[in-house]
Design a protein around this ligand. Structure first.
Ligand code: VG1
Ligand code: CO
Length: 543
């Protein structure tokens, strides 16, 4: 087998976003596009003699990309690559395997919740040896490398069989095809009371539905819920991963997980419903006729953590992304532990978790996780909820209502404007930034502006800083409006408007969030002129 050195020229658009490099499949299929990025990873992190983990969410182009990456790894002197069977590995399972075997890092092929298929999206992300997404200094290095690249190396060899578990070689390199679920399931079993959850799921009255949205968690969920935990066959819906996710949008929210929402809000609804996304790191939690916002979910998990074996000794701290509601902060305060506020994206939790400052982390975008891995973890969140339900023997709604009574309620919603022309979205943010100094002290709709700024973050562990992480307008009663542009979209720009208000009085908690947030929705429009700037009358997605 010979190693071929291929001449190439840089692509200017290979800057990783919130979660790796995410582009259309068509972009990735351009000559040398994937190869340039992979060689840039190899060059900037130094992979000779090392072990890497490799897998993806199974979307269209996953298999082809894995074959290319394996041949490039062999040509670049990598000693061993551990590949999930069939090229499939959920994002949290990849993190688990990197940590368990102490590998240099791993490559995750996923565009997460973005649609798949030949006309959909693809993505690639590098995770470091703590199992987490590469921090900004690493992604900046690899982007810089991608901008000066002149050649890449690839082994001329036949494709490898990815479907049979076992050891192979590719040139000098060892390739280990392993069972994608085993290590991950063992880790989850070490954290949760599986016997108690088994009892709950087989007690003859409790019913749950898990919607894997035709994405990566299907096989894991079948094995776990219907196999190990005894739930009846059919508990997992849409459990066969498809390259195009059945033409769906594998994003677990009230809009895209409508199959599940219809069941949980229908007649004779089950007690518990959950969904996860394309790569298995997100989760949505539903009770019978009841939706748990991700921000509330984080707060409830934190408040009940000691009921779960893996967290019985309590939490070191909680971390949440800036736009996530402050519900978790109230729990942290009552527990007497720290609550950290980070920029959007899981990579910002890595140092806090590594340093033992935070145990639970969460984002408003349906992401929850803990120090067991360095990614958010959809099935982990589902098991955490089931463990709490099994111990408390109450409904999801009762648990959340009691939580609101104790801590007050943070009304929360995110309004997304997708597919906005990039220039128009940038103009909106630039104008907003310009207006920030004039806002302080201003009273709008009865709300007085307490602060107005562009969020910047200093990492409490390594002191690194990240600027311009979202324009936020905070009011004196704790309400907030936050504006950000998405870093994961692939068509035009997506404007995200995050809205939050706080209500201490439990008697008022039957409000519809959109109604409770109406004054803030109006303020957002008046400060940002969203309609005229985007040319859109209303958000495309409300969560
Ligand atoms: C979105 C979410 C963010 C999340 C990121 C990756 O980013 O808002 O909270 O960490 O997706 O999630 P953005 O930049 O589009 O707002 V996933 O499930 O792609 O790993
Ligand atoms: Co995801």
């Amino acid at each position: 087998m010979t190693i071929r050195t291929v001449e190439t020229t840089p692509y200017s658009d290979q800057k990783p976003g919130t979660s790796g490099l995410r582009k259309s499949v068509k972009a990735f299929q351009q000559p040398h596009y994937l190869e340039n990025f992979v060689q840039s990873i190899f060059d900037s992190v130094g992979v000779a003699g090392q072990t890497l983990v490799l897998g993806g969410d199974g979307r269209y182009y996953n298999r082809q990309a894995i074959q290319i990456i394996l041949k490039m790894a062999a040509a670049n002197g990598v000693a061993r690559v551990k590949v999930g069977q069939g090229g499939i590995l959920s994002t949290p399972a990849t993190s688990c395997v990197i940590r368990k075997y102490g590998t240099l890092g791993g490559i995750i092929l996923s565009a997460s919740h973005n649609p798949g298929g030949p006309d959909g999206d693809f993505g690639i992300k590098y995770n470091t040896n703590n199992g987490g997404p590469a921090p900004e200094k690493v992604t900046e290095d690899l982007y810089a490398r991608s901008q000066t690249i002149t050649e890449y190396k690839i082994l001329e060899a036949a494709d490898l069989d990815l479907d049979r578990v076992g050891d192979r070689t590719l040139g000098e390199m060892a390739v280990e095809i392993f069972d994608s679920a085993q290590d991950y399931q063992e880790l989850l079993e070490s954290l949760f009371d599986f016997d108690r959850i088994h009892q709950l799921l087989t007690n003859g009255s409790f019913r749950m539905v898990m919607d894997s949205m035709h994405a990566v968690t299907g096989p894991y969920a079948h094995a776990m819920f219907e196999g190990r935990l005894g739930a009846p066959a059919g508990t997992v819906m849409n459990g066969t991963p498809l390259e195009d996710f059945g033409q769906g949008h594998p994003d677990p929210n009230l809009v895209y997980a409508h199959d599940l929402v219809d069941i949980l809000f229908g007649e004779d609804a089950p007690d518990f419903g959950a969904a996860s996304d394309g790569d298995g790191d997100r989760n949505m939690i539903l009770g019978s006729q009841f939706f748990v916002t991700p921000s509330d979910s984080l707060a409830v998990l934190a408040a009940n953590a000691t009921l779960v074996p893996g967290y019985k000794d309590g939490l070191a701290g909680i971390a949440r992304s800036m736009p996530t509601s402050a519900a978790a902060d109230r729990v942290a305060e009552s527990l007497g532990i720290d609550c950290y506020e980070t920029p959007t994206g899981w990579k910002f939790f890595g140092n806090l978790l590594d340093a033992g400052k935070a145990t639970l982390c969460g984002e408003e975008s349906f992401g929850t996780g803990s120090n067991h891995v360095r990614e958010k973890d959809g099935l982990w969140a589902v098991l955490f909820w089931l463990n709490i339900l099994a111990v408390r023997q109450q409904s999801v709604e009762q648990i959340v209502q009691e939580h609101w009574q104790q801590f007050g309620r943070n009304y929360y919603s995110r309004h997304d404007y997708e597919g906005v022309e990039s220039d128009r979205a940038n103009t909106l943010i630039t104008h907003l930034r310009g207006a920030l100094p004039t806002l302080k002290g201003k009273v709008m709709n009865g709300y007085e502006v307490d602060y107005a700024d562009d969020f910047s973050y200093t990492d409490p562990v390594d002191g690194s800083t990240s600027q311009k992480q979202g324009v936020r307008i905070g009011f004196t009663d704790g309400s907030r409006v936050v504006f950000r542009l998405s870093g994961t979209g692939t068509q035009g720009a997506t404007l995200r408007v995050y809205l939050e208000s706080y209500e201490a009085n439990a008697a008022k908690h039957d409000h519809d969030p959109q109604q409770a947030l109406k004054p803030l929705i109006d303020i957002a429009e008046s400060v940002a002129s969203i309609r005229s700037n985007t040319g859109m009358d209303q958000p495309t997605v409300i969560t």
